[in-house]
Design a protein around this ligand. Structure first.
Ligand SMILES: [Zn+2]
Length: 1026
């Protein structure tokens, strides 16, 4: 994987508490025990350098150094069973061959102790890991994993250490993962030679995304003098310049303990980690000088301007407005923790939300569709940057945008920020620190990665309250503190780049030509014997890929290591005013209250359904009661952790043609703000504002742009949603709410010159949706806060009941189901049952402006409570791991592919960033034949079970406990019986369900492909081309 790191503030969003046990217990907690370490203490080849308690985050940080190699180590001891390990290397390439990225892939092709390809992928099936991955950033490569099981931690640690320090790095691995010349059809020596390789294709896919492309150009041009001027992930046309030798050399100098930073987190003992790391890896190395530092970027004496081109976006809301322009400023060194903290807060004040000066100056005049893809503070490089600009703008607005940016900066220096906005921002940090997520360890690892990578102090970064206190003090001492920063870093900064990007009709053609030229250049240099060798190597690779991989060298948990029963989550259901059911779930939420309300859509006229996502998007953002939208946004930031509304399509667990439709309201707040939060919801219910056409246009534009941008990332999700459209009624509604149909609808709305018709529609939807009839609520909070919340909730429901009016459902086929199947109190939810629904086969192709395909096929099978559901779930994993991955990724060259069993009873195949289109459909079919043949072992089945269970048992945050029952009516008892079915799935069951549900002739399926122009499909009348 290759990623561009997000800004510190975005990371802060995820920096939150995790774990079930969250109270700071004074005795015998992990953090308390870690306080016993003291500087100078020697443990297993390491020396303790620093021990610091960080009470705000309930952890103790222990910093160590490895004596022999100088490897750095940070441990965060905390009472969280979701333990994390990460090792990161400073990888600072000086060319765009993608060497760090290709290395990240090839170290995972087998190592000394574990000589089998793709150990991460194989460990997914042999472990209960909650996270496993690898990332290549601009200047480091990171390998993290997490798990709740101690034995599993040791297994994974062993595999990770061996992979990064002792990889095989065979020539064949390099060809497969990096690049190679090969006959298009490897078995036909006369077929043309083409470029192949996983990273080669991955990066072609990545740069087909214009936002990505722009971000890459911007970084390269703002830091033109060292490693940031190249593409660490690999520029597709430079990748073929890399040799196997260069790759091995890069490994020897960069993946060395002297260039490594280790991070561990959680409640497992530190000594055990250190012992294993010393014995299995570090003791085998000496100290080297890796020489990987990034020098400071020399400052420019005058600002620069540049221009780049991209491919036109067929989905852009307005084809005439597809330009991007942004100004980027070089800031200070990120290892200065407080300066980085200040600048990221400053950035937030400048650009976040409708009250920020840049939102007012750039977004509201609707010069562009949204901010540029790179915006705000970015602390992922050695020196940070700040960027501001627009995408989706017309070329002739260029000068105007530049002037506005300058003017806005002058205005900020003159006027500063309102005190209330600063207060709201600090409130947001308080909430973020209190909110408990399930991946706290991973958030910490990525939060400290960049600064630590350049020898910043990771412990200082963790002491967030110190920075907050220092910030408040600075404001007291100098009321112009922030304005002075703006003057220094923006107005007076000559190291700034104005970069514009415009579409070029011939862009893709030119790219293809350049690739062809590169290819011919390589081919011209070949002798006949070279060609023969290429052909033979191609066959060798094919043979190697077709060989069944022996993964028995890898450590594995057993099915018997899995917990046989699930813990019960107690909830209480009671009735509030007007008979509204409320579910209370008592949880250690650290003083936060989480509120949800599910409102039914059953009375909504059919023709309004397409508008519901738009309604959800704008309902909390256009003002309400006495507040205009700016004041509303301010109040929400000041009083809540956010308020949102989203569409819900919930398939029934017993019948395929039954589902519940609704919208879900969600918000959270500190206990002290409960009355304020409910007051805001009351105002939204009773008097939402809809008539500000200008405001609506801004929101519509941003949302259409966001949808269009998302397709190249989540094309497989769109393909899957589409392929299921005609198979179940729920599948149809899912396409309406979140599929390609919705993308096209939003594009149409964004193109309308007059939105008055939309403005008339929104209040109609509101009448049906925001109505206490057919509403049910859920509250997750601490036991002490339940009665207070109940009282506030009661007031809220009474407040909004005045507008109550009896409405008839538009569909007569409504079925009532008890809210809790074991509870006879009569509280129920209303589902739609379309008994006469006729599933039909449909093949749809969407021509898209990117060079790779997303392919999906879905098959109608059985609902969650059916006895075959568990077998189908395990079969999906088994097919993915043992067959489809090899066919679609290793042989087919796609970035990913597999099968999954969906909650709505659809068994779906998919591929991700796939060079093939219809060929992949036959790979799916071959997968079914493979499953029917039963050529898999008990070990394979056990592995699939482990992998299914690691998903079933992934940690759930206190805010989300009890949601299965609240939303879907799935009780702990139902989960437990599903669990028992999973345990008891046999070889015979798997072959049997493959035959009965997936065989041609047995199944009703739908197919969808998103991809570039496709002659084969065009000629085939069985396809619907969009
Ligand atoms: Zn990758």
């Amino acid at each position: 994987m290759f990623r561009q790191t997000k800004s510190v503030l975005q990371k802060l969003r995820y920096l939150s508490f995790s774990g079930q046990k969250c109270t700071w217990r004074l005795k015998s907690s992990s953090a308390e025990r870690a306080l016993q370490y003291h500087p100078g203490l020697k443990i297993h080849g390491f020396t303790v350098k620093e021990v610091v308690a960080v009470p705000d985050l309930f952890l103790t940080a222990v910093k160590l150094t490895h004596d022999k190699t100088g490897a750095q180590y940070l441990h965060a001891a905390r009472d969280d069973s979701n333990n994390l390990f990460s090792v990161q290397f400073r990888t600072t390439p000086m060319d765009s061959t993608g060497v760090p990225h290709i290395l990240e892939h090839t170290v995972l092709c087998g190592s000394e102790k574990y000589p089998c390809r793709d150990p991460f992928f194989k460990m997914l099936n042999r472990s209960l890991s909650t996270f496993m991955n690898a990332f290549t950033a601009s200047d480091y490569t990171m390998y993290p994993f997490s798990t709740q099981n101690g034995k599993d931690f040791q297994n994974l640690l062993s595999v990770y250490l061996d992979a990064v320090f002792f990889p095989c790095l065979r020539e064949q691995d390099f060809w497969q993962e990096g690049w190679r010349l090969e006959n298009e059809n490897p078995t036909d020596p006369n077929s043309p030679l083409v470029f192949k390789g996983v990273v080669f294709n991955e990066m072609k896919g990545a740069f087909s995304d214009n936002e990505r492309l722009y971000a890459q150009h911007l970084q390269n041009k703002l830091y033109p003098d060292h490693t940031y001027s190249v593409v660490s992930g690999g520029e597709p046309l430079s990748i073929p310049d890399l040799t196997w030798q260069q790759l091995r050399q890069f490994h020897a100098t960069h993946y060395h303990p002297s260039n490594a930073r280790f991070f561990t987190y959680g409640d497992l003992p530190l000594e055990q980690h250190l012992k294993q790391i010393e014995e299995e890896a570090l003791s085998k190395f000496e100290c080297i000088n890796p020489n990987t530092e990034v020098p400071p970027q020399p400052h420019w004496n005058s600002p620069r301007e540049d221009h780049v081109t991209c491919s036109p976006d067929a989905l852009a809301p307005d084809p005439a407005r597809q330009n991007t322009l942004c100004v980027s400023y070089l800031l200070g060194d990120i290892t200065d923790t407080f300066e980085g903290f200040t600048l990221s807060l400053l950035s937030s004040l400048m650009i976040s939300g409708p009250n920020s000066p840049f939102y007012k100056a750039l977004i509201e005049p609707k010069i562009g569709t949204d901010f540029s893809s790179v915006v705000g503070y970015d602390g992922s490089t050695k020196e940070a940057s700040f960027s501001i600009g627009l995408q989706g703008m017309a070329e002739e607005d260029t000068e105007r945008v530049k002037q506005i940016i300058n003017q806005t900066i002058n205005d900020i220096i003159e006027n500063g920020f309102e005190e209330e906005r600063i207060e709201a921002l600090l409130h947001k940090i308080e909430i973020q620190m209190k909110h408990q997520s399930t991946n706290f360890g991973l958030s910490l690892a990525s939060y400290i990665a960049s600064s630590w990578n350049h020898d910043g102090d990771p412990i200082q970064l963790l002491q967030i309250s110190d920075s907050v206190a220092k910030f408040k003090q600075a404001l007291v001492e100098n009321p112009r503190f922030l304005q002075d920063k703006v003057k220094h870093y923006f107005k007076e900064n000559t190291h700034r780049l104005t970069l514009s990007m415009s579409p070029d009709e011939a862009y893709l053609e030119k790219q293809a030509e350049a690739e062809e030229e590169k290819l011919q250049e390589k081919i011209r240099a070949l002798s006949d014997s070279d060609r023969k060798e290429i052909y033979e190597k191609g066959l060798d690779l094919l043979a190697a890929q077709s060989k069944t991989q022996d993964a028995s060298c890898l450590p594995a948990l057993k099915v018997s290591d899995i917990e046989p029963t699930i813990p019960i989550t107690p909830v209480q259901i009671s009735t509030a005013a007007g008979g509204v059911p409320v579910q209370y779930c008592e949880q250690p939420t650290n003083g936060l209250v989480y509120f949800r309300a599910m409102c039914s859509l059953n009375t909504l006229p059919e023709d309004l359904r397409l508008y519901v996502p738009l309604f959800c998007n704008v309902i909390t953002r256009m003002g309400c009661g006495g507040l205009d939208y700016r004041q509303q946004a301010q109040q929400m930031e000041l009083r809540t952790g956010g308020m949102s509304v989203s569409t819900q399509v919930i398939p029934d667990s017993t019948q395929l043609d039954m589902y519940e439709q609704g919208v879900l309201l969600f918000s959270s707040c500190l206990e002290r703000n409960l009355p304020h939060m409910f007051q805001l919801w009351s105002d939204i219910f009773n008097s939402p504002h809809f008539d500000d056409e200008e405001r609506l246009r801004v929101l519509v534009m941003m949302s259409a742009q966001e949808l269009a941008n998302g397709i190249s990332y989540s094309g497989h999700m769109y393909a899957m949603t589409r392929s299921g459209r005609h198979l179940t009624p729920a599948g149809d509604l899912q396409e309406t709410f979140g599929g390609m149909e919705q993308v096209k609808f939003m594009k149409r709305i964004a193109e309308m010159s007059d939105l008055s018709q939309v403005i008339r529609t929104l209040p109609r939807i509101k009448k049906h949706l925001l109505n206490p009839d057919n509403m049910r609520c859920a509250v997750n909070t601490t036991p002490q806060k339940v009665s207070d919340t109940a009282a506030q909730l009661e007031t809220f429901i009474k407040d909004v009941s005045e507008s109550r009016k009896e409405r008839k459902p538009v569909r007569p086929n409504v079925v009532e189901r008890p809210l809790d199947p074991l509870d006879n109190s009569g509280l129920s939810r209303k589902l739609i049952c379309e008994q006469n629904f006729q599933p039909c086969q449909m093949k749809t192709f969407f021509q898209m402006p990117f060079p790779v395909n997303f392919v999906s096929e879905s098959i109608r099978t059985v609902p969650f409570s059916h006895e075959d559901y568990a077998s189908l779930g395990i079969l999906a994993r088994l097919m993915t791991a043992k067959f489809l991955h090899g066919e679609i990724r290793e042989k087919g060259g796609a970035y990913g592919g597999g099968a999954r069993m969906g909650g709505g009873g659809l068994f779906s195949f998919y591929s991700y960033r796939d060079p093939n289109s219809v060929q992949t459909l036959s790979a799916f079919r071959k997968g079914v034949d493979w499953a029917k043949s039963g050529e898999f072992t008990q070990q394979d089945i056990d592995e699939a079970k482990l992998s299914v269970f690691s998903a079933v048992d992934s940690p759930v945050a206190p805010a989300d406990k009890g949601m299965g029952l609240f939303l879907s009516g799935v009780t702990d008892e139902m989960k437990q019986s599903h669990r028992e079915r999973l345990f008891s799935v046999t070889h015979k069951n798997l072959v049997d369900v493959a035959n009965r549900y997936l065989s041609v002739g047995q199944r009703t399926c739908g197919v969808a492909i998103l991809g570039p122009e496709n002659e084969m499909i065009k000629k085939d009348p069985s396809w619907v081309v969009k």
